[in-house]
Structure formats: C-alpha cells, structure tokens
Design a protein around this ligand. Structure first.
Ligand code: SAM
Length: 304
C-alpha cells in the first residue's frame, strides 16, 4: 500500500525509501495523548492493518487519529499467530503497524517474537519511536557517571526469594559503572523498594518516577534507606505506574549546595580575586580537599 507524505515529513523517511510492505513498530503514549508523534499518527492511518496488544484499547487511539485500519490481536499469548497473519498481509503487499497498550512495543511488552518472526521471513521492519517509560525516567534522572551507561532490567519476579536472587544478579552485572532501570506496578512498589534497599544498601540512591507524562507525574531522587518513608508519607505516592532508576554507587549528586562554609569562603575569595574558574577549582581543591567538580561549579555559579 502507498503511504502518503505529510508536509512535515522529510522525503527520505524509511517508509518512503524502497518498495514493498513494511511492519511498523509504533510507539504510543504512556499517558499523555500529545506524545503520539505526527508520524506515528500518519502511519496508523496509512496502514491496512494494526496489530494490537489490546484491540479495544487501541480502537480508542485509532478513532482519535481517524484511522480505519482493520485490527488483529497481538497480545503475549498470540504472538506466533499474529506473526503468521502479519506475514501474510505483508506478502500480499499490505503494510502493518504493531502497537502495544502503551509506550514502545517489545519493551516489557509483546512484540519481540513478532518482530523476530517477520525479520526471519525477510520483510522490512521499521521502528517509529516515541514514548517509553524507561527513556522518560532516564532523561530526568540526571545521570552523570562516565559513559552514562545503564541496564534495562524491566519487571522483577513477584516471589520474594526469586526477586532477591534476580536483584543480586542485576547488581553484579551493573557493577560500579552502570545505572539500573526497573519497572514496577503500584501494588508491589513497597515490596520492591524494600528488596532494593536490602540488596543495594540504604545509602544507594534511587530515582522514583511515577505517573510520567500524566497529571500527577512526580519524580524524586533519594537514598534507598529513605524510600519507604517517602512512600508512606502520602497515600498518593504509592499510586500509579513506576520506573525506578538505581544510580551507580560512585555517583554523587553535584555537590554545589554541599560545600561547607570554609570551602565556600575559599572559592568566593579566589573568584573575587579575579582568577579563571579552572584555577579557582584547582587551588581550592588543594586548600580544602573538596572534589574539584563541586568547586568548579560553585565558582561558575558565583560568576554567573
Ligand atoms: N512498553 C512500555 C514502555 O515503553 O515503557 C512499558 C509497558 S510495561 C507493561 C508497563 C510498565 O511500564 C508499568 O508497570 C510501569 O512500570 C512502566 N510505565 C508505563 N507507563 C508509565 C508511566 N506513565 N509512568 C511511569 N511508569 C510507567
């Protein structure tokens, strides 16, 4: 099927290059409908079929964008059957869009097996990126460790012992250099934060991000030892959907506000003496022993 080109679309987007039908893996909003990209909306209108995790839920989205595509079920129990049908449609020349209930398909959602099967028979697969809870949480975590690397760990097992065993495995894999990203549902957030504190220790920082893109969106960074207190401080804190980011152990929040009075006085004096910022940080470090990054940042702030 031919895809129309919207005025804002560059002529060289993947669907316009080459011929033949395509399986589009389309990200949908995780709460805020405005996060559906114009390209995603166009593709949902242009394809003949939409393969959906939940057809009733996706019907609402299709109505919203004015799509009349036919739907087929692609939930986790029917990935194989869905892949067969999709392959038939593609072979007949009809493009198909694959969506999950929310966010990016195949990220803790069905889709991976379908994509693998479609690739195996040689059809084109094109990703249409958009909302993903993990990416949204990472973007607001403020990770500053070298390389900024992270591991997506998804959902943890529900049974306590199994959860602790799996967590210990993730801890070993992340080592000192990587952040870890978990998904969690509201009814298990309490147990999961407890398990995280048991395995990573009370000192380790976590970002608790809930209801991302929604009205009651909230994100807070705090040591795991304080997480349960935060959770229980307000009944709203335990509601909604969660992403948890465990910071690498070495990473400290920028210590700008954490300079003690003496270090602050040294930086202030050197700045007032007109020294370049780098030199201020170097000299102040020698005099106070405080990490250079924090001193540099304080000098920048004073000069701003
Ligand atoms: N495929 C989706 C994605 O791209 O993020 C994830 C689907 S998974 C079945 C659902 C989980 O994602 C939720 O339990 C929660 O951990 C996380 N999640 C989804 N939407 C969220 C939101 N608006 N705020 C925080 N977490 C969310």
């Amino acid at each position: 099927m031919t895809l129309t080109q919207s005025p804002t679309t560059a002529a060289s987007t993947p669907e316009e290059i080459g011929t033949g039908a395509v399986l589009y893996v389309v990200a949908t909003p995780i709460g805020n409908l405005e996060d559906l990209s114009p390209r995603a909306a166009r593709i949902l209108c242009d394809v003949a079929f939409v393969a959906a995790e939940d057809t009733r839920r996706t019907a609402t989205l299709l109505r919203h964008v004015g799509s009349h595509a036919a739907m087929l079920v692609a939930d986790e129990h029917h990935e194989q059957r869905a892949a067969q049908k999709i392959a038939q449609h593609l072979a007949a020349g009809d493009s198909v869009a694959l969506v999950s209930d929310a966010g990016t398909p195949a990220i803790s959602d069905p889709g991976g097996r379908i994509v693998a099967a479609i690739r195996a028979v040689g059809h084109r697969v094109v990703g249409v990126p958009g909302a993903c809870a993990a990416a949204a949480a990472l973007s607001i975590a403020g990770l500053t460790h070298a390389g900024g690397g992270w591991i997506f760990a998804g959902f943890l097992p529900t049974k306590t012992q199994e959860r602790l065993r799996v967590l210990a495995g993730w801890k070993a894999r992340a080592g000192n250099d990587l952040a870890l990203v978990f998904y969690e549902a509201p009814h298990r957030i309490d147990a999961t934060l407890t398990a995280l504190a048991d395995v990573f220790g009370a000192e380790r920082d976590v970002l608790i991000a809930r209801e991302l893109t929604k009205i009651f969106e909230e994100s807070v960074r705090l040591p795991l030892g304080e997480a349960l207190t935060w959770l229980n401080a307000d009944p709203h804190h335990a509601r909604g959907e969660f992403v948890l980011v465990i910071y690498p152990p070495a990473e400290q929040p920028p210590a700008v506000a954490g300079l003690d009075d003496d270090a602050d006085k040294v930086v202030r004096t050197l700045v007032e003496a007109g020294l370049p910022t780098k030199q201020v940080a170097q000299i102040a470090q020698q005099l106070t022993g405080v990490p250079k990054d924090a001193l540099y940042q304080r000098a920048l702030d004073l000069k701003a």
